[in-house]
Design a protein around this ligand. Structure first.
Ligand code: ADP
Length: 603
């Protein structure tokens, strides 16, 4: 029998030489992963039938994962620059060859025939000015509509903290004056491209939006966003820009619908119709009448139950307004970010009555994820890429993280990550409990989060001091877009134990990167994650779900997930591949937004 020698140019972990000699093909896929080992092949093998071989090699690989004791990847992967905790520059701050997670834009999306012009007015945009999901949603939805052929712009405050070199083609478009508190403030409007999406940056020449972070500068935030809301309309007015839709988000831009219908529609803006997306009902934009006066409206006119008064403050001195409630009343359509959250908001919370009154124009549309920015097959922040049909690179990502953070990397140990703003909504006591429970169960856990509240930050610092010394837990109290990408890729499981969650992106991003979600059944988590042990819909099963807000419910669910991971490695691998193939992209849900836009547009 003739023997053929082939250089392997893609890692095939866990596949032994003997097994490979029964096979016919070694995949040669990607330039980034180079193994350089030689395997012996039998000349009777059929190299032409690549796809059947791919399947075969995958099957062998899955078998081997079960049969082999996992080994270190050292020696297999020669070109990974393994990090260490003692590196002078932490691995997530190394230079990447692009600032954007991905530069590959899909081209094969079917175009819509009836095209719209949409302008998003927003306080956040990923990746340049992102704090949470709002930034992701604006970028993802804007891109999905652009790819369908629509004209889309995003209007964003020109925060001082935005890194200018992350904006392409930045140029000053116009300088104009916009009203604030009895004065006209000179304001610059810049145009630029962020991740290929056209953005108009609004920069007042006063102190607004100065500071190191998107939120929390030493200016009055409410006044700054009132100014921004009006400055966007003023820009449209002075430049004669009349989009079909002005899409506002959250309380920060909640004054815009009021300003539009009670001021600018009497000037020259007539065509636009307004869509409001509520990403989180907890932030309702508390505002006193005299504060609303600062953007040029008469605050006293809005202090009625059918307009913008905060129902809970009626009869108090002073009564308060809510910019979010005003926006619900004044927008042509209101959307929230998942069908389950829509139901929840109609049943509880003080805004329920306003939403019930406006029920006919209220929609629940599940968020998608931006599969361009979140793509393990091309993500520039990962040490190596991978996809659903070959998840070997994921194992490298796991070991890369483990080594870089000083965690143990020998053996097959479940790694759980939790990437979250550290606020009460996210289930802080459950995150804290998971840290100790996972440690006890012999798993590993990494928390990446930032707490806006000093007390919470200090509590987590104390936890970090306690747990970060060993080789199983890392609590990293910071914001890092790059590290978040690496963590989603490295994780076996992503934990989202929220008390309530309007939609939640972490579980969807996690799945895209092959991390199995463990979530509390609430809001959008209930719409996207279905329990592995739920016999009623096995085809939907994609994670582990618990209902209680007590520690016991979480422990049981973590234990179930760990047993599955440890006892059923073949099924686990299949689950990883299954969750990676679930389509949670904006391509799937953007059409629902376009239907809403079309239902209110004026021709
Ligand atoms: P929310 O909008 O309530 O913060 P979501 O799950 O909708 O929650 O979106 C959170 C987004 O913010 C995700 O993209 C998540 O990866 C990201 N994120 C949260 N905390 C951090 C952090 N500390 N560093 C990097 N990214 C983070």
């Amino acid at each position: 029998m003739e023997v053929v020698r082939i250089a392997v140019t893609s890692p095939v972990f866990g596949v032994s030489k003997t097994k490979l000699s029964d096979c016919c093909f070694v995949p040669v896929r990607r330039k980034k992963t180079i193994v350089g080992r030689k395997f012996v092949f039998n000349s009777t093998t059929d190299f032409s039938n690549r796809s059947s071989f791919d399947r075969k090699i995958q099957a062998i690989h899955l078998e081997q994962v079960a049969a082999d004791k996992p080994k270190s990847l050292t020696g297999l992967v020669k070109d990974v620059d393994w990090p260490s905790p003692s590196d002078e520059i932490p691995f997530w701050k190394r230079k990447f060859h692009a600032h954007d997670a991905n530069t590959e834009i899909p081209v094969n999306i079917e175009k819509d025939s009836d095209l719209l012009h949409v302008i998003h007015v927003t306080a956040e945009m990923a990746p340049i000015a992102k704090v949470g999901g709002l930034g992701d949603v604006v970028t993802g939805l804007a891109r999905a509509c652009l790819l369908r052929g629509h004209k889309v712009d995003v209007m964003l405050p020109f925060y001082e903290c935005i890194q200018k070199d992350n904006i392409q083609e930045l140029s000053l478009m116009s300088t104009y004056n916009s009203y604030h508190d009895g004065n006209w403030i000179q304001t610059n409007a810049y145009s630029g491209l962020v991740s290929d999406i056209p953005v108009i940056f609004i920069e007042p020449t006063n102190q607004f939006f100065k500071g190191e972070d998107v939120y929390g500068g030493s200016y009055n935030e409410l006044e700054a966003y009132l100014f921004f809301s009006r400055a966007c309309l003023e820009w449209m007015q002075v430049t004669g820009t009349q989009p079909d839709i002005i899409h506002v988000h959250e309380w920060q831009t909640g004054a815009l619908p009021l300003l539009y219908w009670d001021m600018y529609s009497y000037l020259s803006l007539q065509k636009p119709r307004i869509v409001l997306t509520i990403h989180n009902m907890e932030h309702y934009g508390e505002c006193r009448q005299e504060q609303l006066n600062k953007c040029g409206l008469d605050g006293s006119l809005y202090a009625t139950i059918d307009k913008a008064i905060d129902d809970r403050t009626i009869g108090h001195n002073p009564e308060r307004l809510s910019l979010l409630k005003g926006a619900i009343v004044y927008s042509n359509s209101v959307v929230t970010v998942s069908p389950t959250y829509l139901k929840e908001t109609l049943c509880s919370g003080w805004l329920a009555s306003a939403l019930l009154t406006n029920h006919d124009k209220y929609h629940g549309i599940l968020n998608g994820i931006d599969t361009v920015l979140w793509n393990p097959a091309s993500d520039v922040f990962l040490p190596t890429n991978y996809h659903a049909h070959n998840t070997d690179g994921k194992k490298i990502c796991k070991q890369y993280l483990q080594r870089g953070l000083g965690l143990a990397f020998e053996g097959r140990v479940p790694l759980v990550v939790c990437i979250s703003r550290l606020v009460a909504q996210k289930g802080l006591h459950l995150i804290t409990h998971a840290i100790s429970h996972i440690e006890k169960q012999g798993g590993q856990m990494i928390v990446l989060g930032k707490a806006p509240d000093g007390r919470v930050q200090r509590d987590f610092e104390a936890l970090a001091n306690l747990h970060n010394k060993g080789s199983t837990t890392r609590i990293l109290l910071m914001y890092s877009e790059e590290l978040s990408h690496m963590l989603y890729a490295a994780a076996d499981m992503v934990l989202v134990p929220s008390i309530y969650e309007p939609c939640g992106l972490a579980q969807m991003i996690g799945m895209r990167y092959g991390s199995v979600p463990i979530v509390r059944k609430t809001g959008g988590l209930a719409d996207t994650v279905f329990d592995m042990d739920d016999q009623s819909q096995p085809e939907m099963a994609n994670g582990f779900v618990f209902e209680g807000i007590d520690e016991g419910s979480l422990s049981q669910t973590l234990d179930r997930a760990f047993s599955y991971y440890k006892d059923k490695p073949i099924e686990w691998e299949k689950l990883v591949q299954k969750v990676m193939q679930i389509d949670n992209s904006w391509n799937k849900t953007a059409s629902k937004y376009i239907d809403v836009y079309n239902s209110i547009r004026v021709r």
